[in-house]
Design a protein around this ligand. Structure first.
Ligand SMILES: [Mn+2]
Length: 292
């Protein structure tokens, strides 16, 4: 069997799996991770991969915002068969699945699920790439940098601290507007962490320059709570005063020119087909695949 997955539907415009064996270029592989067991407020992101895929069919192949058609090759491999309530075993499945994708010459796109899945995704990549050369770009309302959350080392609230333990070159956190004092102090004392708050988006050029200067492999993680709740109400831990979609699009144009080796979008929490938050997440994936 190809990966430990099942398929509840595919993302619009994805290629058929039987074309995989004819693939001679690098392409992208979509994996859903319907896991939300450590969610601390509005759980429900286990349904997000299905809602995102369903929403993806509302878009044209031509992407008006970027005057470009979606021509990137990608395959939707379905959902990882997660073990609800067991982050450790689910993380092992995510890490193994990401590594397996790489052996198929596919770069991972993970549809969360909660943010904790980013850590095993990056670990899976670190089996092939040198993690010390990685820049992690993390769009998030929260720092997720606390050492333990409710006594747990591994949780959606500690995920970027665990990623930091892996010693990437840099963690760039964009759109932050919520943290503990301990996390903020940790961010200020560690020079490999750089934070731009959502208020820093008033001067977007400074953030653009930071992104333009990135060299080496990039892992992009988008916690959809980075967006203002007016755009993205259906998320696990919404926080007022978030970033705008138009600002994000400007930054995505720069990020897409970098050597992005993996991408996840997490924390959509909804039960409603056609939820505008799910449509927005699907559009971000469509934009990413158009620009990359
Ligand atoms: Mn997060």
């Amino acid at each position: 069997m190809l990966l430990n997955t099942y398929n509840p539907g595919i993302f619009a415009f994805s290629k058929h799996l039987h074309d995989l064996k004819f693939l001679d270029e690098i392409a992208w592989g979509i994996l859903g991770v319907p896991f939300d067991s450590t969610s601390s407020y509005h759980a429900g992101s286990r349904l997000a991969p299905t809602l995102i895929r369903e929403s993806s069919f509302s878009f044209e192949k031509y992407n008006f915002a970027f005057n470009k058609e979606l021509t990137t090759s990608f395959f939707d491999l379905g959902n990882i068969d997660v073990i609800h309530g067991d982050l450790k075993r689910t993380s092992e499945l995510v890490e193994d699945s990401v590594y397996e994708l790489l052996s198929l010459k596919l770069k991972p796109i993970l549809l969360g699920g909660e943010h904790s899945i980013t850590y095993p995704a990056i670990k899976g990549l670190s089996n092939k790439f040198n993690i010390k050369e990685f820049t992690i770009i993390d769009f998030d309302a929260h720092m997720d940098m606390i050492d333990t959350y409710q006594g747990e080392k591994y949780s959606h609230g500690t995920v970027m601290r665990r990623v930091h333990d892996l010693n990437p070159k840099k963690i760039l956190q964009l759109g932050v507007r919520s943290s503990s004092k301990e996390e903020n102090d940790f961010g200020e004392t560690n020079k490999d962490i750089k934070i731009f708050s959502s208020n820093d988006f008033k001067n977007l050029n400074v953030i653009k320059e930071e992104l333009l200067a990135i060299e080496g492999p990039v892992y992009l993680s988008i916690d959809c709570d980075v967006f203002d709740p007016s755009y993205m109400p259906s998320t696990g831990n919404p926080v007022p005063n978030g970033i705008k979609i138009s600002d994000f699009e400007e930054l995505l144009k720069i990020i897409a020119k970098k050597d992005v080796v993996g991408f996840d979008i997490v924390e959509l929490s909804s039960k409603t087909l056609g939820d505008p938050s799910a449509v927005t997440v699907a559009k971000i994936i469509h934009d990413f695949l158009t620009l990359i």
